[in-house]
Design a protein around this ligand. Structure first.
Ligand code: ATP
Ligand code: MG
Length: 442
């Protein structure tokens, strides 16, 4: 067994070995190398203690000394080098209260979550696979190292990680592991939002985002995203739809590019449906105002999961406008839509709409896609003609208004906005002289 390891990782291992220590690449990178995937980062595990690691390399960072991790810098690239350790008792399903260093590689591998993540490798000893990771990789199985119940009780985040790896790799979750997930999913409530966010995003941008269904079935979303459960349990008796709200969402996730904002927007786009649901006398379901309600929920959910403000801003907007359409779109309608939705997010809005359509009843695809393509064509024309759709393209500036006698202050912004709206409806009016004459009228 020979694996390709980057030059710098090899050099670090070699340096540690030359000083009499053991060292291996370990975990995710070994798994990915065996699968022929590109590894995100190359982690190294060693028998050397942190201070011994620090003494051997000129440039190191104390990344997590308490947990035995030192980052070794080589050619500006950082490698996490972690001392073999056994995780002490887990206080509250959150953090190991203490870690204990150990001279045994097997002990270090035993503390890891899944068999496929518990292999180590170096050129001298080849692959170290004590828990059958290679076999599980071959069969496409996610299985806990040792007793699944114990492993999930130690750290409940692993329950969500199992779904994440299943989604990334297209693997099945082994039965005992899955049973333990169902039993212990409730413990996820003690896990920090930041850790959940990381795993949720990896799941969403994976090749199989629809694996989120497993998170629903095992009771994970009931704890971390109960709004999804409401969608899964919300049927849609409506000719446009052939799925429940939740199933529609899962299908739509597979129809959009693997981008964080786009996948989050699709995940949340119809969350406003359960709270706005009504059924008319003919038995048809309606969800009036679900975009607006969805925007509120999206903001709440993303804040709860501690997403950054920029991500929240973009996703909210896309949720709010995801259903914004016109049965006969004109260039003027599209210019107004660009203005409303924002020039920066308009291409994303188009992608969201396409995915949304492709997850609806196929008998409407042709008509809906034609409508969308009409919007796309008009959008391209507007870009090509460099029509003014934001203040920066307006032929007058705030300074021009002040020079024309407008009091500096709020009024300047109000007038600029009115002029912009005028120009959006009539691109040919975007001339300084003309606009200055309009000041009084707008
Ligand atoms: P990625 O490709 O997303 O980085 P990864 O497998 O490298 O995936 P990391 O979160 O970077 O995942 O963790 C690196 C390794 O550390 C894992 O492969 C696993 O061996 C171990 N590990 C990480 N988190 C846990 C955990 N919560 N419980 C047990 N072992 C863990
Ligand atoms: Mg990693």
């Amino acid at each position: 067994m020979h694996l390709q390891i980057p030059e710098n990782a090899r050099e670090i291992i070699h340096t540690l070995q030359a000083a009499g220590h053991q060292a291996y690449v370990v975990g995710g990178c070994v798994r990915d190398a065996l699968l022929g995937r590109e590894a995100a980062d190359w982690d190294i595990t060693t028998s050397a203690l942190p201070r011994q690691v620090k003494a051997l390399f000129p440039r190191t960072l104390d990344t997590g000394l308490r947990h035995g991790t030192v980052t070794v810098m080589l050619d500006r690239e950082g490698f996490e080098v972690t001392t073999y350790r056994v995780d002490g008792e887990y206080e509250d399903g959150r953090h190991p209260k203490e870690v204990r260093f150990t001279p045994s590689l097997t002990e270090d591998l035993r503390r890891r979550d899944f068999t496929i993540n518990a292999m180590a490798y170096n050129h001298k000893d080849g692959l170290v696979d004590v828990f059958g990771g290679q076999e599980d990789l071959k069969n496409g199985v996610i299985r806990c190292v040792g007793n699944a119940r114990e492993r999930f009780s130690e750290d409940a985040l692993r329950i969500l990680r199992a779904v994440r790896f299943s989604a990334q790799l297209g693997f099945q979750i082994e039965e005992e592991t899955r049973k333990a997930m169902e039993e212990l999913a409730g413990n996820l409530k003690r896990i920090s939002a930041e850790r959940i966010q990381t795993e949720l995003v990896k799941l969403l941008v994976s090749p199989h985002p629809e694996t989120l269904r497993t998170a629903y079935e095992t009771g994970i979303t009931a704890v971390v995203l109960p709004e999804l459960d409401a969608c899964m349990e919300m049927p849609q008796q409506n000719p446009y739809h052939c799925y429940s709200v939740g199933e529609h969402t899962l299908v739509a996730l597979t129809k959009i590019r693997a981008d964080k904002v786009l996948r989050l927007a699709i995940l949340l786009h119809d969350m406003g449906k359960p709270p706005t649901h009504t059924r008319d006398e003919k038995g048809v379901d309606h969800f009036y105002g679900h975009g607006l309600e969805g925007e509120k929920l999206a903001a709440q959910i993303l804040r709860r999961l501690k997403f950054d403000n920029e991500t929240i801003r973009q996703v909210r907007r896309l949720v709010l406008y995801h259903d914004d359409r016109h049965k006969d779109p004109t260039a003027r309608w599209v210019r107004r839509a660009i203005y409303r939705i924002g020039p920066d997010l308009f291409p994303a809005y188009l992608e969201v709409r396409r995915a949304d359509i492709l997850a609806q009843n196929p008998i409407y695809w042709e008509k809906s896609l034609k409508n969308l393509e009409c919007v796309e064509t008009l959008y391209q024309q507007i870009l090509a003609e460099e029509n003014c759709i934001s203040r920066k393209d307006l032929a007058v500036s705030g300074r021009d208004l002040i020079e024309a006698g407008i009091e500096p202050g709020k009024q300047v912004g109000v007038i600029l906005e009115k002029l912009l709206e005028l120009v959006i409806d009539h691109p040919e009016y975007n001339e300084k002289e003309y606009l200055l004459k309009q000041i009084k009228r707008v």
